[in-house]
Design a protein around this ligand. Structure first.
Ligand SMILES: Nc1ncnc2c1ncn2[C@@H]1O[C@H](COP(=O)(O)OP(=O)(O)OP(=O)(O)O)[C@@H](O)[C@H]1O
Length: 274
């Protein structure tokens, strides 16, 4: 269960201020949606949480300790595309996640440990709805299936924090609704804090416990050197949720509950011909 604290974070690229004095505390197991206009620094913020970028000023603490300088297994990531390896099968992609973690130099596990990892990978593949596609290559999977695989690959390493950069942005609406259900299921079953960048407000309200909107209040070219994006809105979507408790769909959904579609998903492998 992982808390993230950001204190007076500034990020500048040359003479451009991207993020200005951002302070935030994410409680363990929160699901944060980061929204805001294009170019306001959402991905930059995510990359800082991944240790792919450093702050110019301020600090980021994970469970009270300064964030590691390098990306690590404690933080998983899924991008809109190209998160998986095209030359590996579904099973190979998920197994590799564990191999990179446990055998970073050779990238291979052997004997009983390899068999154990393969079993874990098969169970996870089934959990994300890809059973039967273990031997397929990503090119033979639909967009929705590829993102399911990317989620399985990220979760195989049991990250404490899952960072999502518009992971479902390229999927059509029906497939997106199905994968939202999967995302909620995974978030409930794994003890992760999730931070997701999205342009889709409906998606933010469906998935997140809290929505943070970044906005650059002054955006003229001559102002970029003096003003970065700040927090324009901070909305608690599930104010009654206590950290550590799982989120259940209520038997009789309230008017403000997120929509929970039911029935088989449109991107179910059984419905795929490829
Ligand atoms: N490595 C970099 N070097 C210089 N400028 C950068 C770098 N990375 C990002 N920027 C600039 O920082 C600003 C914020 O970019 P970022 O990608 O974080 O925005 P965003 O809110 O995620 O945008 P979008 O919604 O379009 O993905 C942009 O003006 C971008 O050009």
């Amino acid at each position: 269960m992982t808390a993230i604290s950001v204190h007076h974070l500034w990020k500048e690229y040359g003479d451009q201020i991207v993020l200005e004095d951002i302070s935030l505390d994410f409680t363990p197991r929160s699901f944060i949606a980061l929204v805001g206009p294009s170019g306001c620094g959402k991905t930059t913020f995510l990359r800082i949480l991944l240790s792919e970028e450093t702050v110019t000023r301020g600090e980021v603490l994970i469970d009270g300790k300064p964030i590691a300088r390098e990306p690590g297994a404690d933080r998983g990531v899924v991008f809109q595309r190209y998160s998986v390896f095209p030359h590996l099968t579904v099973l190979g992609n998920v197994v590799l996640a564990a191999e990179m973690e446990e055998a970073p130099f050779t990238g291979r596990l052997f004997g009983p440990r390899r068999r154990q990892v393969e079993e874990e990978a098969r169970a996870l593949i089934e959990e994300v709805g890809l059973k039967g596609a273990e031997d397929k290559y990503p090119a033979a999977l639909s967009g929705g299936m590829q993102q399911r695989l990317a989620l399985a690959q990220a979760i195989m390493r049991k990250p404490k924090i899952l960072l999502l950069d518009e992971p479902f942005g390229a999927l059509d609406p029906g497939i997106r609704a199905d994968i939202h259900q999967l995302m909620l299921k995974l978030w409930n079953s794994c003890e992760m804090t999730v931070v997701m960048v999205t342009h889709d407000l409906k998606e933010a309200f469906t998935l997140a416990t809290r929505i943070i909107a970044f906005e650059r209040r002054r955006n003229r070219p001559e102002e970029k050197a003096r003003y970065g994006a700040t927090i324009a809105k901070d909305i608690e979507v599930w104010p009654t949720r206590i950290a550590g408790k799982t989120r259940q769909a209520s038997p009789t959904p309230g008017r403000d509950d997120p929509a929970i579609p039911s029935g088989p998903g449109r991107d179910d492998p059984a419905l795929q011909t490829a």
